[in-house]
Design a protein around this ligand. Sequence first.
Ligand SMILES: Cc1cc2nc3c(=O)[nH]c(=O)nc-3n(C[C@H](O)[C@H](O)[C@H](O)COP(=O)(O)OP(=O)(O)OC[C@H]3O[C@@H](n4cnc5c(N)ncnc54)[C@H](O)[C@@H]3O)c2cc1C
Length: 390
Amino acid sequence: MTSTHLNQRTEQTDVVVIGGGIIGLAVAYALAQRGRAVTVVEAARIGERAAAGVAAGMLAPSSEADLSDPRLTTLALASHAAYPAWVADLEQASGVEVGYDATGTLLVALHRDHLALIEHLHAFQVERGLAAERLTGAQARDEEPYLAPGIAGALRMPDAQVDPRRLLRALPLALERAGGRIVEDTRVTAVTRDGDVYEVTTEHDGMASTLRATQVVLAAGAWSRQIALVGLEAATLPMRPVKGQILRLRGERLLRHVIRTPDVYLVPRADGEIVVGASMEEQGFDARPTAGAVHDLLREARRAVPGIAELELAECGVGFRPALRDHLPAIGNIDGAGLFVASGHFRDGVVLAPITARLLADLVCDGRLDALLEPFAPGRFAPASIEVTR
Ligand SMILES: Cc1cc2nc3c(=O)[nH]c(=O)nc-3n(C[C@H](O)[C@H](O)[C@H](O)COP(=O)(O)OP(=O)(O)OC[C@H]3O[C@@H](n4cnc5c(N)ncnc54)[C@H](O)[C@@H]3O)c2cc1C
């Protein structure tokens, strides 16, 4: 991938995408495939700060279906279904294999409380027509011999996984080959409207530049509210970072399925890596890994798969999930003209990338709003008055 800096004080393009995380890159690639001149502006290097640079990559719309908003589950199921074709195109366009694996997930119960939770989830899945199969502890151990001996039961789900780090390598290459451009180490500070054109003010090494575009997509993840929307009819998104700590273990390959308990998940890659995650913390942008979170993750993972104790602890990663007030993404137009947002994907940005990219590209290029996006309109955060009764 070659990345460029802005050479002139003012440049022109069709669409500026602010943020080169998985969502910004996926949207930019979809727009470039439709013939738009797209420039992605990324404050750091691609993958350096993006949540997908640490994410586990579970494509798991049904694992928490009982706890999720049903409209989000519907969107995630549509994206999950689109994944194989999206990945095939991306791999072909980039030459990078992205580790898509549909072996499935085993949600295992380590004790009776877990079993009750699993039975509750299974009843919900049956009611909603979601595919899932109950296994006994012995059946689960036949599938995965490294599971702890005392497993009380399990649920097998046809979820998939992908390696998000590989996606962050593939997407820039595919984007560039489709004619798109990426500008790294350049922070967007403001977006201003000038008639039918938007001026995107950027800062690199203390030097300001301006990119002019007819359309702008705001995809700056947890940082999305830091960009000034000057004089625009757009409500500020109530965005906050939710810190996630996650571990990478390496060694002999122990697992084939993604293993989850209600307290932890273990995502095995073909090369023997196991990703163990993840904490959920309200700590702002504090990027330090902590002893307590690492301890909790390893303790819970070891209870499910004791053999992980022999693996190398290769990495403790920290990422920031972009969370809106209602924990649903905002995907759509925000000013009634050319300014769009794709952000707030919280715990589901990897699974939601293909559908976000396709449906937002439909909206940006053709003005077509798919019904699937209606619950995620960014305008839902416009200030409303609250009547206080005393
Ligand atoms: C520990 C962890 C595990 C996860 N596991 C999963 C999982 O298994 N499955 C799943 O589907 N999802 C998972 N997620 C969630 C998923 O990673 C996120 O929802 C998704 O990556 C968000 O992508 P994004 O592109 O919206 O935001 P980000 O990844 O935050 O990208 C935003 C980008 O914008 C850039 N930026 C910020 N400000 C500016 C600016 N002013 N100018 C220019 N650029 C800017 C940032 O540098 C960043 O690169 C996980 C997240 C974490 C933290």
